[in-house]
Write a protein that binds this ligand. Structure first.
Ligand code: 5GP
Length: 202
């Protein structure tokens, strides 16, 4: 499996409830050149979610076939369901020079970095443990049991933040989105994006 290299691959992740989805939506609004990768999942759709927009909702067998065929860039089992990033969208986008954003869990983000070291990993952290609990309960998407399971995972997940390129504390969505814009600008100033420009002087 080879990921081609022209665009920027940005990976947003962090503990459940840190607000990475909200940050991602804010970012996509004011950075229209960014393309969001739609993940495959075996979890059932929530109310209001559409197939092909929020996720590709798949049966476990179909997901496993994709995995076997090497069609996923990364995958993870998150809270008893499988989630994965279709490789083709990422590969095609990057090779056409597009900047791609993934909003995925921490296990998946670290797999991406292994396969594609130039990927830029951003860890979205909640402002505090208290705030995280409050957010998980107030969004009303999951049962108490699921929320408690998620909270138990958080300590280990926070420990992995050291392996990321950047950590952003999500105290205010607009500010985090602005910081990510600055990161994109800085990352796109790295020499690997100037190969043909530099060669044109030779
Ligand atoms: P949810 O079920 O709440 O939409 O997502 C649960 C978790 O799975 C979130 O942390 C989300 O970021 C993560 N996730 C979504 N898509 C992917 C993916 O393609 N790969 C991985 N590894 N995690 C994903």
């Amino acid at each position: 499996m080879k990921v081609k290299k022209k665009g920027l691959l940005l990976v947003l992740s962090g503990p459940s409830g840190a607000g990475k989805g909200t940050v991602c939506r804010a970012l996509l609004k004011n950075q229209p050149s960014l393309r969001l990768s739609v993940s495959a999942t075996t979890r059932p759709p929530r109310q209001g979610e559409a197939d092909g927009v929020d996720y590709f909702f798949l049966d476990k067998e179909v997901f496993q076939d994709m995995l076997k065929d090497g069609q996923l860039l990364e995958y993870a089992e998150v809270y008893d369901n499988y989630y994965g990033t279709p490789l083709r969208f990422v590969n095609d986008g990057l090779s056409e020079g597009r900047d791609i954003i993934l909003e995925i869990d921490i296990q998946g983000a670290l797999q991406v970095k292994e396969k594609y070291p130039e990927a830029v990993l951003i860890f979205i952290a909640p402002p505090s443990r208290f705030e995280l609990e409050k957010r998980l309960y107030s969004r009303g998407a999951d049962s108490r049991e699921v929320i408690e399971k998620r909270l138990r995972c958080t300590a280990g997940e926070m420990d992995l933040a050291n392996r990321y390129d950047y950590i952003l504390i999500n105290d205010e969505v607009a500010r985090v989105a602005e910081k990510i814009k600055s990161i994109i600008t800085a990352e796109k100033s790295r020499p690997r994006y100037f190969e043909s420009f530099l060669k044109s002087f030779i």
